[in-house]
Design a protein around this ligand. Structure first.
Ligand SMILES: [Mn+2]
Length: 398
C-alpha cells in the first residue's frame, strides 16, 4: 500500500524517488499521484518527506484539484532556468529534458542518491547525472507498494469485475440462444456468429458501463483455443459442440483498475474428453483456492494446481518439461493498475502472498485436437484464506 513507500525506499539506501512519465501509461505514476495526464510530468519524493509534482502550467490548476499530492509546482516556477537552457540548446526535445534535469537538481541538490524505475529513460538519466545527481535504476520499488491493495482499490477492482460478469453473462446468453446451422456454425439473427461480432458486443457493452477493452480479449473456439494466448480473429466462427474460451480483461476508464475473468463454455454437447479436461481444471482451481492464504508461497500454490492436473493424467511444464498439451503456463498473477503485476504464482515464484493482494487463479488445459479449457477467478488474499471477487458460476455446457 501507498503508506509502505518510505520503508521500501529506506531498504534501498537512496535519498529520494523520481519518476518522469505520463500517468496514462505509467501505472506507478498514476498510483503515486492519482493525477491523469497524457504528457510526462515530474514526481519527486525525498525519503520521509511529502512528495511534490511539477507539471506544465496548462495542467497546474487541474493537478491542484485532482491529484493527491499537496505540493504541486508548475514549469513557470523555474522559468529563468528554461531561458538559460534555451541560450545553448536549440533542439526543443533536448531542451525540455535538460530543463527537467535542472528542476530535479534544484529540488534535490547535486549529490543526492535518486532511485528511478528500471525502465527510466536513458537520455533523461544522462542529463540528471550531468547535473551531479546519482541515478539508481531499480526494479519493483513502487510495484512493491502496489502489491497490496487498500479497501478503495479493492472496491474499484470489484466494480470492474461486476460489470465484466454482467456483460459476460449476456454474451453467454447470446451464444446459448444462437441457432445451429450447417457444419455446427452458430447463427444469430440470421447471420453467422463470429468472434468479431462477440468482441464488438463486449466492446460496446463494457463502454456503456465505463470500462473498455484496452488491449484485446480472448474469444477462442475449438482447436485454435489450444494456444492459451490465441486471442481470436474477427472472422473466426463460433461452433456448437466445441469449447469456447472467453477471457475478458477490461479496464475502468476513470479509475484505471483492471480485472480478469475466464470461462469456458460449450454450446450444445461437450465430448467426454473435454468434460474430463473441464472437471480437472475445475478441481485444480478449487484446490489452488483452498491453498491460498497470506504467507503461502506462489510456487506452493502452483504445485498444488499441478499435483491435481498431473494426478488426473495431464502434463504440466513443471520441472522444465516441453509439453505440447496439458498446462503450459503459470497459475495466476496480481491485478491492479496493470493487468499482470506482482505477485505471480508459478514454479519459480518464491514470493509469499500477502494479505490484501489481489490475484487471479487460472488453471487451464490445452489439447491441439480438442482446444482449450481455462477457468479464472480473481480473489483477495486474507490472513486465513481469501475473499473471492468473482461471483460468476462455472458451467461447461450451455
Ligand atoms: Mn489472467
Amino acid at each position: 500500500m501507498r503508506g509502505e513507500l518510505d520503508n521500501i525506499l529506506a531498504e534501498k539506501d537512496v535519498d529520494a524517488l523520481l519518476l518522469c512519465s505520463d500517468s496514462y501509461r505509467d501505472a506507478n505514476m498514476y498510483y503515486l499521484t492519482k493525477f491523469l495526464a497524457t504528457d510526462p510530468f515530474i514526481f519527486l519524493k525525498k525519503v520521509d518527506a511529502d512528495p511534490i509534482i511539477v507539471v506544465s502550467q496548462m495542467e497546474y490548476q487541474r493537478a491542484k484539484k485532482q491529484s493527491i499530492i499537496k505540493a504541486v509546482k508548475s514549469h513557470l516556477d523555474y522559468y529563468n532556468y528554461y531561458l538559460e537552457i534555451l541560450k545553448t540548446t536549440k533542439d526543443p526535445q533536448l531542451g525540455s529534458l535538460k530543463f527537467g534535469a535542472k528542476i530535479v537538481e534544484k529540488e534535490l541538490g547535486a549529490g543526492t542518491k535518486v532511485c528511478v524505475p528500471h525502465d527510466f529513460p536513458v537520455k533523461t538519466a544522462d542529463f540528471l547525472r550531468e547535473e551531479g545527481l546519482t541515478i539508481k535504476p531499480m526494479f519493483g520499488v513502487v510495484e512493491k507498494a502496489r502489491e497490496t491493495k487498500d479497501s478503495q482499490e479493492v472496491e474499484e477492482i470489484r466494480a470492474v469485475q461486476a460489470v465484466t460478469e454482467e456483460v459476460t453473462a449476456e454474451a453467454i446468453e447470446l451464444i446459448a440462444n444462437a441457432d445451429v446451422g450447417a457444419n455446427d456454425a452458430l447463427i444469430l439473427n440470421g447471420e453467422v456468429l463470429t468472434v468479431g461480432r462477440i468482441k464488438s458486443f463486449f466492446g460496446h457493452k463494457l463502454l456503456d458501463n465505463g470500462c473498455l477493452i484496452e488491449e484485446d480479449i480472448i474469444i477462442a473456439c475449438g482447436a485454435k483455443g489450444s494456444d492459451p494466448h490465441y486471442v481470436g480473429e474477427p472472422e473466426d466462427e463460433l461452433k456448437a459442440n466445441q469449447p469456447i474460451i472467453l477471457d475478458i480483461y477490461p479496464r475502468s476508464i476513470q479509475k484505471r483498475y483492471w480485472t480478469d475473468l475466464t470461462r469456458t463454455i460449450v454450446k450444445g454437447r461437450a465430448s467426454d474428453k473435454l468434460k474430463k479436461m473441464f472437471d480437472a481444471v475445475l478441481e485444480a482451481k478449487n484446490a489452488s483456492l483452498d491453498a491460498i492464504q497470506s504467507g503461502a508461497l506462489g510456487n506452493h500454490i502452483y504445485n498444488v494446481c499441478c499435483d491435481v492436473l498431473e494426478k488426473a493424467g495431464y502434463e504440466t511444464i513443471r520441472g522444465g518439461k516441453k509439453v505440447t498439451k496439458g498446462m503450459p503456463h503459470g497459475l495466476g498473477h496480481g491485478v491492479g493498475l496493470q493487468i499482470h503485476e506482482s505477485p505471480r504464482m508459478n514454479e519459480f515464484s518464491t514470493v509469499s502472498l500477502k494479505e490484501h493482494s489481489i490475484v487471479t487463479v487460472e488453471p487451464g488445459l490445452y489439447d491441439p485436437k480438442i482446444g482449450g479449457v481455462r477457468l479464472e477467478d480473481i480473489i483477495e488474499v486474507t490472513k486465513t484464506g481469501y475473499i473471492s471477487l468473482t461471483r460468476m458460476e462455472t458451467q461447461l455446457e450451455i
